[in-house]
Design a protein around this ligand. Structure first.
Ligand code: ADP
Length: 540
């Protein structure tokens, strides 16, 4: 006899999470910063009721299972209602990145075949720029700032009133599509990644683990990472699942506004890309006593490499950086930089050396590193290769584009385009993106290692290193740096500061001071633009 499991086949899907907040956490607050900076307060019961009204209104408006509903919104309560309400109709929430060019947004809307758009009133000027290139059945406008709502659009509050909170969920299979994000195109044309109910639930479970971001009901969570970028790293869903209070910053993402919010709401966990934290670091250093944040506040930082000095500075303010690595294609959280038990007795310096690594993959996420010849590399902390990854919340193809061989291995692993070494403890350390490595005299130089070391200089605000063609060496590194006001730094100053850390062939042959480093829509260095700027550079 072959023994069968007696467990129920119960779907891992969003309606359970939406019901749960109403049942167990009805009074937990959701706070949103509005365009005029006032704070809007609601609670999970209201969010639940309004999300169900939205689901019902969308169904009445003809939205069917598998249809895409787009949002063009900042982080706030109404976006959370869309996060919950849209997938609970069986439809797909498609979050549009408002920092992309209007052409790219229109391309993405058409590629995804979005049926309805829900847009913040303060973003109507952006909508007007794409309006002629797209066609929605309906455009719903969220009245955040009381802007006039165009005649051919519907007020979000009126739209909700066409539905009822007494909504019966359709049958949703856990493998049905829930949401869709396009990659931000740092490395080419945006590509669509479609998350399922199952992948989202499992991703939320993994974020809540103690050996991950340890999010629980006592937390106050502020995703600074936009809800239009990789589902705000899944934090809205994880917070809803565990009943954590959410504090959403709206359009106010400058250092002062964020620090004010952290203090006022006593935020315990926030998350964003390093550029956000670099700005906060400067604000804190300028006025070290101004804010009193919650004790032992955690900050998940990812999306780009983080210089060690950032970990050190924030530790002095009792704000702990936790490094997270991932991409739109990976849920997004794939690995996390937490110390293992056997590392707790290491010296402070040794611990920082570990915290700057991208860490261990989350449970059920598997990684390997593969060199240019397709050979798997050992985990010896020396050999490097492209990270390939697989797991229940890793995409297995791109929307309408399938599995191109440059993006997926023959045996189905996702090729991340990130180059890394893995040490014997299993810690991943990213050295670069494949296309950003500097190939000099047949050797690879890590642009990330160089820029992190340069950014540790107390007078350097930002640094980006790129490969520039060289007649003798193939390519050589050029560093573009932004320095503090009134300071000037020469190439020799930078060399002196980093000389101890690198072989002399790694030192950048040019160090150019710039006023600003071009950034992508998600706040990362846009090396593509920098490379254009220094094309044809004449080496001394
Ligand atoms: P895009 O690919 O358009 O930049 P993503 O947000 O998906 O958009 O970016 C994922 C990429 O960001 C990763 O492939 C990696 O290169 C980089 N990244 C993410 N987290 C980290 C991290 N902790 N350290 C260094 N780089 C990171």
């Amino acid at each position: 006899m072959s023994t069968k499991s007696t467990m129920m086949d119960f779907p891992l899907s969003l309606p359970h999470m939406l019901e749960r907040i109403g049942l167990y956490f009805p009074t937990v607050q959701v706070v949103s910063r509005m365009p005029d900076k006032s704070l809007h307060r609601t609670n999970y019961l209201e969010i639940q009721q309004r999300s169900k009204k939205l689901a019902s209104a969308l169904t009445n408006a003809g939205i069917k299972k598998g249809d895409c509903v787009a949002t063009l919104m900042w982080n706030h309560y109404a976006h959370l209602e869309c996060y919950m309400g849209v997938p609970c109709t069986g439809a797909v929430l498609h979050t549009l990145n408002l920092r992309l060019s209007p052409d790219d947004i229109a391309y993405i809307v058409n590629h995804a075949e979005d049926k309805i758009l829900i847009v913040d009133d303060v973003l109507l000027p952006l909508y007007n720029q794409i309006k002629d290139k797209v066609s929605f059945d309906k455009v719903v406008v969220v009245p955040l700032a009381g802007e006039a709502i165009p005649e051919d659009c519907v007020n979000y509050e009126d739209f909700l009133n066409t539905g009822s909170a007494d909504f019966t969920y359709p049958d949703i299979d856990e493998n049905d599509a829930l949401g869709m994000c396009y990659t931000s195109g740092t490395t080419g044309r945006p590509k669509g990644v479609v998350y399922s109910h199952r992948s989202t639930v499992l991703h939320s479970m993994s974020e809540a683990l103690d050996s991950s971001l340890a999010i629980n009901q006592h937390d106050v969570v502020t995703p600074v990472v936009p809800m239009f970028h990789a589902n705000a790293w899944g934090l809205p869903y994880t917070s809803v699942m565990v009943g954590a209070k959410l504090v959403l910053p709206g359009p106010h993402l400058d250092a002062e506004s964020l620090m004010d919010l952290y203090e006022q709401e006593q935020v315990t966990l926030s998350a964003g890309v390093p550029t956000i934290w670099m700005a906060i670091k400067q604000a804190l250093e300028a006025e070290p006593k101004r804010w009193k944040t919650a004790p032992n506040m955690r900050m998940a930082v990812g999306g780009a490499a983080i210089p060690e000095s950032l970990f050190r500075v924030f530790d002095t303010f009792d704000m702990k950086i936790i490094q997270a690595w991932g991409m739109t294609e990976t849920g997004p959280l794939a690995s996390i930089g937490l110390l293992k038990n056997n590392m707790m007795d290491l010296s402070e310096d040794e611990q920082y050396q570990i915290r700057v690594k991208q860490g261990l993959p989350l449970p059920f996420v598997e990684v390997r590193i593969i060199d240019d010849d397709g050979v798997e590399q050992p985990w010896d902390g020396v050999e490097q290769g492209e990270i390939q990854i697989r797991g229940p919340w890793i995409t297995g193809s791109y929307h309408k584009e399938g599995r191109q061989p440059d993006k997926f291995s023959a045996d189905g692993w996702l090729r991340t385009g990130d180059v890394a070494i893995i040490d014997p403890e299993g810690f991943i350390k990213l050295t670069d993106r494949t296309k950003d490595l500097v190939k000099s005299g047949g050797e690879w130089i890590s642009s990330v290692d160089l820029e992190n070391a340069i950014m540790d200089h107390p007078d350097v605000i930002e640094a980006a290193v790129i490969a520039v063609a060289h007649p003798k060496w193939d390519e050589r590194p050029l560093a573009a740096i932004v320095v503090k006001e009134g300071v000037s730094l020469s190439k020799e100053d930078i060399h002196d500061f980093i000389r101890d850390k690198f072989h002399k062939t790694w030192l950048p042959d040019a160090v150019e001071t710039v006023t600003d480093i071009p950034k992508t829509s998600t706040g990362k260095f846009m090396k593509k633009e920098l490379r254009k700027l220094y094309e044809g550079w004449i080496w001394e």
